[in-house]
Design a protein around this ligand. Sequence first.
Ligand SMILES: [Fe+2]
Length: 387
Amino acid sequence: MPFYHSLGRIPPKRHITFYKKDKKSLYREEHVSSLGFSGVYSNKYHIHMPTQVLKIKELPSKGTPLWENSPLQNHHFFTERKKSRGDFMTARSTYLKNVHCTISTAHVTQNTDDFFRNSYAHEVIFIHHGKGLFLSEYGKMAFEEGSQIVIPKGTIYQLKFKEFKNNKLLIVESDTAFDIPKHYRNDYGQLLESAPYCERDLQVPQFLKPQDKRSKFRLVLKAGERTFEHILNHHPFDVVGWDGYLYPYILNIKAFAPKVGKLHLPPPVHQVFKTEHFVYCTFVPRLFDFHPQAIPAPYFHSNIDSDEVIYYAEGNFMSRKGIEEGSITLHPAGITHGPQPGKTEESVGKKETYEYAIMIDTFSPLSLTLNAKETVDPKYPYSWLET
Ligand SMILES: [Fe+2]
């Protein structure tokens, strides 16, 4: 998490009386902590007890069937060719997953008044297209194209879109937190001068007026493949104040200041976040390598400990052919990949590249779902043949 933040009214010490205007009834303190009680945490102060639930039921799960016996090969699939519909919760289509990581996209076609809580996973939502407001117990944040919304596990939130022309999201779920890499920070947690982004790039929640409403509110909880409905008897955004290090925030993909070198620099220079089981990197417009004989396109490589996923958002990806906006490639561990015929030569002498893409390198193999099978490019594994 980025740094200490505080909004609204909080008492001068933790775990002491904090009375409402009537000087008799208490605000309810909720401590949200990670890694037991050893990680980052926040303390929120609610008007109502946050545990009040009127009714609980499991919802019929959409689930995401796996592509059984999917071939071990380099894959490419077109997520734009499977237009989902629904709100920011129901429009999600999962393409890849393992026990630590789930990768989905969503074409959001409507808003909802329901609230969402991912109980088992932290999320990064990349706003490929769309703009609107992210609302949560911690406050509000405006999002736009390029926003990467980092949402801690258990956060109750809503995405409210302004319009419905072509909203598209990439959603990455992780069972461990999306952290800013340690090597980007000094001993005090401040982002180093050499880091590719700094505190000014991080958009934090702004105060949202607490809602003191008694009625029925629908909260949808995601627990892996299962989904539950909790009917609350009060509005969940009833927080009068909070403080701490655990809260959602936004880093726009365009804020990343890329590193360039004399010769080709490997993917770790593109890293944005780390989790315990995968890394999250971005490719952004940048100047190319400046050695007079440099080959800017990457060399052929086998990353024997990582499955490599790339989501292509915008521009011309310099080492790939046949890629469209919204394409995903999967280069599994232990299989060689690299520039397609002509792409290496094409890159020589080029001064810069214009591209936006997100790369997720997982340390355990990913399984493909039927959504991947349905949108797969059957020619891709053979696209390196020099004919
Ligand atoms: Fe690669």
